[in-house]
Design a protein around this ligand. Structure first.
Ligand SMILES: *[C@@H]1O[C@H](CO)[C@@H](O)[C@H](O)[C@H]1NC(C)=O
Ligand SMILES: *[C@@H]1O[C@H](CO)[C@@H](O)[C@H](O)[C@H]1NC(C)=O
Ligand SMILES: *[C@@H]1O[C@H](CO)[C@@H](O)[C@H](O)[C@H]1NC(C)=O
Ligand SMILES: [Cu+2]
Length: 146
């Protein structure tokens, strides 16, 4: 069995988002990881907690260089449910962006639905998710106008 790094914290992060109530009127373009971009070993749970709340129609931008001889490949998956997210189990996960789609201006994902979204990097059979902390949950909130 693999690591179960930060399982309770992941759940905690989800609850923090559910508890949040607030809103702004403009959809935001949010670079995942800010200047760290989408990379192995950055704590995306911590990042997401500090970045919350997210809102419906905000755009997440995943930036990662295409793989070459000296860099690791990354990708972006949307996990099926919380249980699979916590376990870094890629079964039935949806591939959103391949290893080459994070280049240039990055891969953009619009948070259209007000439901939990579980993002992970699926590289190395879940190792980037389990060991590299490349996983975070987002619950977009309703945007309040005025
Ligand atoms: C990642 O961030 C969370 C939330 O701030 C923190 O509780 C956790 O200890 C961090 N994980 C590691 C491995 O540092
Ligand atoms: C989100 O964007 C879509 C398409 O631009 C728009 O139809 C919808 O009203 C927007 N929803 C919110 C809550 O802003
Ligand atoms: C691999 O990609 C990195 C990041 O884009 C770049 O800094 C490096 O020069 C590249 N290495 C090679 C051998 O192309
Ligand atoms: Cu990765």
């Amino acid at each position: 069995m693999g690591f179960r790094l930060g399982t309770n914290l992941m759940l905690g992060a989800v609850l923090v988002f559910i508890a949040s109530i607030s809103g702004t009127s403009m959809a935001a373009r949010i670079i995942v990881g800010d200047s760290a971009h989408w990379t192995f070993g950055f704590n995306y749970t911590d990042w997401a907690i500090k970045k919350a709340p997210f809102h419906q129609n905000d755009t997440l931008v995943f930036m990662y260089d295409p793989p070459n001889a000296t860099t690791f490949p990354h990708n972006v998956y949307l996990m099926k449910n919380l249980r699979r997210f916590l376990a870094c189990d890629l079964k039935k996960a949806t591939l959103l962006a391949t290893a080459v789609q994070g280049g240039g201006n990055g891969f953009e994902f619009v948070l259209q639905k007000r439901k939990p979204h579980y993002f992970v990097c699926g590289e190395s059979g879940g190792v980037h998710c389990k060991v590299g902390m490349m996983k975070f949950a987002v619950l977009p909130l309703k945007r309040c106008h005025g």
